[in-house]
Write a new protein. Structure first.
Length: 358
């Protein structure tokens, strides 16, 4: 068995070496990691003291796995289902089995070669799992006295070593040939010989590979450096700077209106109504302006409490006249100073409301 594997490895490396370099360069994807699904079919036989050629039965497999690097992978492998055993002089009996294995895969070509990709590869396989056998009725009903014959089912260990020849004929597809030896519990075939039973399987298969990553684009070659003689410096150009235009300051329109009152009066006198009307016209003509209305009282009469009351009523009456004329109240600020502030030196002029719009 070892000689067969060694010859297969040597032949594979010889055939792949000539194509490896150009094939690897033509890939538009990284050779690993990737995942795969495989289907296989072939034959198997369990070694015993009976004629081995009469014990060959078909077998089939399905596997799912991945290669994590160009050289190392793993798979979950399930195969079965028909098998046969016999004993002399001439009795054969059939039963069924399923083997489930977790296998380690080593790509010997990339492991010992100089490239990360070869079209043709040799995998070394090793794994462990469980074997489930059942339907042993032919032996149980044969009338032969087999003290180790099991009834119902038989669960046993499975250890596997093997090799696979795999050829990538497309980015996602490969065909393979796999030969493996499986070590099973000695009573797997209802016979006892103090040694584990060995099952040999040989299968051909098809694998679909997917999940490749794109290969990074090669870095562009640097542009050639062209050294040129420096051109003579041009004569300096004198640029006459034009004077910068001065910013135009647009003065916001403003208006101040002074509305005077008699002693103890807070209502707008008819003689002062024109001033109020002019203020209203100004505010309507300049809707962006706001107005502050401040009421005052003269300090020469009354007392501070009464004077504060008069100044507040005077300012509120002017503000009311503005809102009645359609001026938005949000544009009007009302304030009262009483006799604490005297805007005029003449006492009688301080009975006044001053409206400043801007």
């Amino acid at each position: 068995m070892k000689k067969i594997i060694a010859v297969a490895i040597l032949a594979t490396l010889t055939l792949s070496a000539a194509r490896a370099q150009s094939a690897a360069e033509q890939l538009d994807y990284k050779p690993a990691p990737y995942m795969f699904i495989g289907l296989q079919g072939g034959g198997q036989t369990t070694f015993t003291n009976y004629d081995q050629m009469k014990l060959i039965t078909p077998t089939a497999s399905i596997s799912f796995g991945a290669f994590f690097t160009p050289s190392v992978g793993a798979r979950l492998h399930v195969n079965g289902i028909w098998t046969r055993s016999g004993f002399k002089p001439n009795f054969e009996y059939n039963y069924k089995y399923v083997t489930t294995n977790l296998d380690l895969l080593l790509n010997l070509c990339t492991l010992f070669g100089k490239q990360n990709y070869y079209p043709l590869n040799v995998y070394l396989i090793g794994g462990i799992g469980l074997n489930y056998a059942w339907d042993n009725k032919e032996l149980l009903n044969s009338g032969y006295n087999m003290p180790y014959a099991w009834e119902g089912h038989r669960l046993s260990h499975n250890a596997r070593v093997g090799a696979m020849l795999d050829y990538n004929f497309a980015k996602h597809w490969s065909v393979n040939l796999e030969v493996s030896a499986n070590s099973l519990n000695d009573r797997f075939n209802s016979k006892y010989s103090t040694k584990d039973d060995w099952m040999l399987t040989a299968q051909v298969g098809l694998a679909y590979k997917f999940g490749y990553r794109a290969k990074p684009a090669p870095a562009p070659a640097p542009a050639p450096v062209v050294v040129e003689e420096p051109a003579p410096a041009p004569a300096p150009v004198v640029v006459r700077e034009e004077p910068k235009p001065q910013p135009v300051v647009v003065k916001k329109p403003e208006m101040q209106t002074e509305i005077f009152y008699e002693i103890r009066q807070t209502a707008i006198a008819k003689s002062e109504q024109t001033k109020v009307d002019n203020l209203i016209s100004f505010l309507k003509a300049n809707p962006e302006t706001k107005v502050t209305v401040t009421g005052y009282a003269d300090a020469g009469t009354g007392n501070p409490n009464i004077n504060m009351k008069y100044s507040k009523q005077r300012a509120e009456n002017v503000a009311k006249a503005l809102t009645n004329a359609g001026i938005d109240a949000a544009r009007i600020t009302v304030d009262a100073k009483g006799d604490t502030v005297q805007p005029f030196s003449e006492n009688d002029k301080n009975r006044v409301t001053i409206a400043i719009a801007k």
